[in-house]
Ligand binder design. Structure first.
Ligand SMILES: Nc1nc2c(ncn2[C@@H]2O[C@H](COP(=O)(O)OP(=O)(O)OP(=O)(O)O)[C@@H](O)[C@H]2O)c(=O)[nH]1
Ligand SMILES: [Mg+2]
Length: 619
């Protein structure tokens, strides 16, 4: 047997393996500044100084030896020697990114433990130097127990030394059996060991880098990271309630004043009813949520500006890969928290058609800001404002729960879709971590201003129009004088709602909800506007304001009904614009129809389950 020795290039994604492969073999493998460029094995020929050939394979990047995605499995199988029709490599060149040492060393340690002859290419040292990081390669070599060679693949620096070391490894490996070193299986120990080694190999680091590193060691920690993320989200939802109370009060007083002014100037009649019961009650019921929406976006904008959002994306990356989503789906899904429409448009950055389709289909499950008014008014009316733990209020907790429910729902949906209608391989993706920095107040304010304008524009157009139409349908025809029938029951809308009610009664919905469901298709906030208008028209006491609405909700709805209604809003495809943009982005009616179908069924079932569970729990 005279086959050339086989040497594999392995390492984390985006470490520069393909760049090194090209430099060593003269091949033209695709390199790109994002992970997941190489997705299958490629081999090429490296000629050693004495003319002997070596077969070099460039592998897809992987984070560890546990098989995650399909391309990671290729890497694992090759280095373990279990790939069908493939010899086990005689040696490994482990490529690490010098500027990202502790993350990359984790995988390196696992690879060294396999017992194959290893040389570490400490790549991208130019970028590390630029960032003010000086590393001691000899120290690193001593800690790892293998040779370490600093390289700059793109400038061919260190390649001759690397070649000489490959020569030495393949010559030796033919004569010497290798001893398998101790394997470290526990990820936390592995991480700790990697960090220790990285720290001892670091000679100098600029303060910014050190800061970034310290913050990242918490923010990206496999256990502390997710806890921090959940904690931040929780504070955000708590603040949505806690900080908005006063400004909501002011806006409400404004509307009460406005209603009084209109009441005093306009004569009694249908026009006055249109203005007060229709526009002011309906649009006003929505506009009072402006403070809450701004608080939500204040948090999102600040987290984005500080550089934390990308870390959150990184934390989610593994999880997303496990449900078959591309890491690149993170940004579209994140924008869907504002609104699914820009979120679905942002999926254009996902190359793989199946990946993209899956992301589009689950985007409506991310809680868009239009759901916030619906959630908070119901929570405000039905969930007691109680502390469950110091600083942890029940209302904020329920709101966080609803958001999480949407996310979990989306992940479950992705998992199922990926096994059935959008079957296919998925690709991993990791982003470069930006530097942490203080947010610029100006940028944050500009962001808030544009959100406020979008919201008010919706309130002034779509929401106002739907409310007026709804008011008309609710106000006519008028019941005969003295018949004692409620005007809402007698109206066209009331009759339509009675029809819908038949369908939604089994999941605990009443007539008010049935009435709100259809106009809420125009914009979800309209559900609140619709209920506001219904109660304004049916209102005998003329109280007005959110307090009055809350009181009426409490009087007319049971707790199980309210919970079922919340659950419905988590899942239901409640908005026409989302359906329209899905049609445009998927070129046809097939996928939007599928999306609407599966979401409605899920919403109906989940709301039903919630209702009946609540009934049986005796709530
Ligand atoms: N400055 C600098 N850039 C490098 C170096 N090595 C690679 N790059 C760049 O880093 C990026 C990633 O390189 P690739 O070779 O595609 O990385 P890879 O490890 O093959 O990545 P996957 O195939 O995704 O696993 C590319 O933009 C390269 O041009 C280096 O030593 N210095
Ligand atoms: Mg590559």
């Amino acid at each position: 047997m005279n086959a050339a020795p086989l040497v594999a290039l392995v390492g984390n994604p985006n470490a520069g393996k393909s760049a090194l492969f090209n430099a060593l073999t003269g091949a033209r493998q695709k390199v790109g500044n994002y992970p997941g460029v190489t997705v299958e094995r490629h081999s090429g020929r490296l000629v050693l100084d004495d003319g002997r050939p070596v077969e070099l394979v460039d592998l897809p990047g992987a984070y560890s030896l546990d098989p995650g995605s399909l391309d990671e499995q290729v890497t694992r199988n090759v280095v373990m020697g279990s790939q069908a029709g493939e010899r086990r490599p005689d040696a490994l060149v482990v490529v690490v990114d010098a500027a990202n040492l502790d993350n990359h060393l984790r995988f390196t340690l696992q690879l060294i433990a396999l017992g194959l002859p290893v040389v570490v290419a400490l790549n991208m040292v130019d970028l590390a130097e630029r960032d003010g990081l000086t590393l001691d390669a000899d120290m690193l070599a001593r800690e790892l127990g293998v040779t370490v060679i600093p390289t700059v693949a793109v400038r061919r620096r260190g390649l001759d030394t690397l070649k000489a070391e490959i020569d030495r490894l393949v010559t030796e490996s033919r004569s010497q059996p290798v001893a398998a070193a101790d394997r470290i299986d526990d990820i936390v120990t592995l991480q700790r060991r990697a960090r220790q080694i990285a720290a001892s190999a670091t000679v100098a680091e600029t303060p910014t880098r050190r800061w970034t590193h310290m913050l990242d060691s918490v923010a990206l920690h496999p256990i502390a990271g997710p806890i921090l993320l959940i904690g931040l989200l929780f504070i955000m939802f708590q603040a949505v309630f806690a900080w908005s109370e006063a400004p909501i009060g002011w806006i409400e007083q404004g509307f009460v004043w406005l209603e009084a002014q209109v009441g005093a100037t306009l004569p009694e009649g249908w026009f006055r009813s249109l203005i007060t019961d229709g526009l002011i009650a309906g649009v006003g019921a929505v506009i009072v949520f402006l403070p809450q929406i701004l608080i939500l976006f204040l948090f999102i904008l600040v987290l984005e500006a500080t550089g934390y959002m990308v870390r959150a994306a990184f934390l989610m990356d593994r999880l997303m890969a496990q449900v078959g989503l591309s890491g690149r789906a993170f940004i579209p899904l994140l924008s869907s928290f504002a609104c699914a429409v820009p979120g679905i448009m942002a999926t254009r950055t996902i190359d793989d058609e199946k990946d993209r389709l899956t992301t589009i289909l689950i985007a409506p499950l991310m809680t868009c800001s239009a759901r916030l008014p619906v959630y908070t008014i119901i929570i405000g009316a039905f969930i007691p404002d109680r502390q469950v733990l110091p600083f942890v209020g029940l209302q904020g907790l329920v709101l966080l729960g609803l958001y999480l429910m949407g996310i979990v729902g989306a992940f479950v949906a992705a998992l199922l879709l990926r096994r059935t209608v959008t079957k296919g391989a998925s690709s991993g993706f990791m982003m470069e971590m930006p530097k942490y920095q203080w947010p610029h107040i100006r940028d944050v304010l500009l962001g808030l201003w544009s959100r406020a304008l979008i919201f008010l524009k919706r309130a002034g157009t779509t929401i106002a129009l739907t409310t007026v139409i709804l008011w008309a349908l609710l106000s006519f025809p008028k019941p005969p004088e003295g018949s004692g029938i409620s005007p809402v029951d007698y109206s066209i809308a009331g009759r339509i709602a009675s029809g819908i009610e038949v369908v939604v009664r089994p999941i605990g919905f009443n007539r008010d909800i049935a009435l709100a469901l259809v106009p809420a298709m125009a914009a979800r906030e309209v559900a609140v506007a619709a209920i506001g208008t219904v109660y304004a028209i049916d209102d005998t006491e003329h109280e007005g304001g959110q307090k009055a609405m809350t009181d009426k909700l409490k009087r007319n709805w049971s707790l199980p009904t309210a919970l079922a209604f919340l659950m419905w809003f988590v899942f239901a495809p409640q908005c026409i614009s989302t359906i329209a943009v899905t049609r445009r982005e998927t070129n046809g009616w097939k996928w939007p129809a599928f999306m609407v179908g599966y979401l409605f069924v899920t919403a109906y079932v989940m709301a039903g389950i919630t209702y009946w569970l609540a009934i049986f729990a005796g709530l």
